[in-house]
Design a protein around this ligand. Structure first.
Ligand code: FE2
Ligand code: FE2
Length: 194
């Protein structure tokens, strides 16, 4: 992995940008992502850094997120642009690259797609997406089973995480971004091709 900032420095930086609660969540994602990386033979430091930075912009004002994606030339649609819950991924990727000199494109991509997923998710992308959903501080019915599944069948666990997210959005009567549907479809198709 090519890297220009140490894990220690990045940790301090993230700690300064997040509330204690979100920082605790972030450390939970790091812990889970590292374990999954070991299981699926992904560079552990790469997973550590991506997990550490995945929510780096989550608590920043929407305007800052918008400025960040613009500066980083990251393409986003209107729906993402106006919603911090969706935009913090792309904004975080731009932040990692431009403010923290993360030159590893795999790390930036995993940060970019951690909320919605994508139609071409790498194993690292899936690990961060899933670790965010099942980190130790998360508590919802079925989380323990999903944690177990994550170490047995990564794709099935990712589909399950998509399903849970979609159900949750339906229950709340909220919009579902098309990338969520497309991402789920592509992992389903990937499985059926095995
Ligand atoms: Fe996030
Ligand atoms: Fe998160």
């Amino acid at each position: 992995m090519i890297q220009t900032i140490t894990i220690e420095k990045a940790t301090e930086h993230v700690k300064g940008k997040l509330s204690p609660k979100r920082f605790t969540h972030t450390l939970g994602v790091v812990e889970m992502a590292k374990k999954l990386a070991r299981t699926y033979h992904v560079d552990e430091t790469q997973a550590h850094m991506a997990a550490l930075l995945h929510d780096v912009m989550k608590e920043s004002p929407l305007q800052e997120m918008q400025d960040m994606v613009k500066e980083g030339h990251i393409e986003v649609d209107q729906e993402m642009l106006n919603n911090g819950a969706l935009l913090h991924g792309p904004a975080g990727a731009a932040y990692a690259k431009l403010r923290l000199q993360i030159v590893d494109v795999d790390i930036c991509e995993a940060i970019r797609v951690h909320t919605l997923g994508s139609t071409s998710m790498s194993i690292l992308d899936k690990i961060i997406f899933l670790a965010d959903y099942i980190e130790p501080n998360r508590n919802f019915p079925g989380v323990d089973e999903l944690r177990q599944l994550a170490f047995i069948d990564l794709n099935r666990a990712v589909i399950s995480a998509y399903d849970g997210t979609i159900r949750h959005l339906l229950d709340l009567g909220l919009t579902i971004h098309l990338d969520t549907i497309r991402g789920r479809n592509s992992v389903l198709l990937e499985r059926s091709e095995l």
